[in-house]
Design a protein around this ligand. Structure first.
Ligand code: C2E
Ligand code: MG
Ligand code: MG
Ligand code: MG
Length: 281
């Protein structure tokens, strides 16, 4: 009967919730070990300039393959890292690893002009992020323009006086500031316009829906217009086919990123990828 069914589904929900809690606990403690033992890796995905089709830069994306749990997606472990107080350590590692890698490419004569690193809101909650970035740049002798920090629109919205000051200080250093997943965070345009951005990165859900609904294209065009008026670069992610690229190119998107050009790859693959890409068409 209905009562029984309800009780049954409560029990099922209970099990699901418990499994989720348990799985988060397991991932959380495995992550602690992974960070300590340097089991995380950064993969890099190419970003292409519209028109010249040259390499604008790469985005660094964290990868983790656990010995028994297998590959765990950052969409899964980043939120857990945030909840379990590990995002600072992870963020510190990823920023330094990206800088170190840039120097390695430089020394090998592989020209990767810019590396973008994702930074989560929680990293802004602790003072000194700007100081850490400045220290890294001087440790690796890198020009600040070669590093971009990506922050999601959602994270930008929850700004405190302190995080605002940190953003301003980061810009002051000369590092790029990109607004990631633009169009998903319901932020007010007037507040957006006040941020010290150098780049807007349109969420991949828009490009994905180009074929299906006209509103995605309208939003993308509007974002490009806003970006141009604000004098910031506009990047789109999730470009998967030539039709999307043609459309984006036509409406004046500055930089494109997506499986069409290249998937996130280990750093050693970037040089060969560049050669292959340059000899295409
Ligand atoms: P994001 O920063 O928006 O990164 C773009 C995501 O889209 C990446 O997923 C990338 O692999 C994926 N992608 C790129 N091109 C395509 C495409 O053409 N089609 C499709 N379907 N997907 C594409 P990934 O690597 O799984 O990362 C997911 C999210 O996890 C990132 O979204 C970012 O928010 C977060 N993340 C990854 N690494 C880090 C990190 O080191 N620190 C922080 N704080 N967050 C990270
Ligand atoms: Mg990103
Ligand atoms: Mg994004
Ligand atoms: Mg995203």
């Amino acid at each position: 009967d209905a009562k029984k069914t309800a009780r049954g589904s409560f029990r099922l929900l209970d099990t699901v919730v418990n499994d989720e809690v348990r799985s988060r606990l397991i991932i959380g403690s495995a992550l602690r070990r992974a960070i300590r033992n340097s089991e995380l890796k950064l993969f890099y995905q190419p970003q292409i300039c519209n028109g010249s089709r040259t390499l604008y830069g790469v985005e660094a994306l964290s990868r983790w393959r656990h010995s028994t749990l297998g590959a765990i997606s950052p969409a899964r472990f980043i939120p857990i890292a945030e909840e379990t107080g590990q995002i600072e350590a992870l963020g510190r590692w990823s920023m330094e690893e990206a800088c170190r890698q840039m120097v390695e490419w430089d020394q090998a004569g592989i020209v990767v002009p810019v590396v973008s690193v994702n930074v989560s809101a929680a990293q802004f909650a602790v003072p000194g992020l700007d100081r850490d970035i400045a220290d890294l740049l001087s440790k690796y002798q890198l020009a600040p323009e070669r590093l971009t920090i990506e922050i999601t629109e959602g994270a930008m919205m929850h700004q405190t006086a302190q995080s605002k000051a940190i953003l301003a200080a980061i810009r002051e250093i000369g590092v790029g500031l990109s607004l990631d997943d633009f169009g998903t965070g319901f932020s007010s345009l007037s507040r957006l316009a006040q941020l010290p951005l150098t780049e807007i990165k349109i969420d991949r859900s828009f490009v994905m829906n180009f074929g299906q609904d006209v509103s995605s294209l309208i939003v993308t065009e509007a974002a490009i217009t806003i970006g141009k008026r604000l004098g910031v670069r506009v990047v789109t992610e999730g470009v998967e086919d030539a039709t999307q690229e043609a459309k984006l190119s036509e409406i004046g998107c500055d930089v494109m990123q997506g499986y069409l050009f290249g998937r996130p790859m280990p750093p050693a693959d970037i040089g060969p990828w560049m050669k292959a890409f340059a000899s295409k068409d």
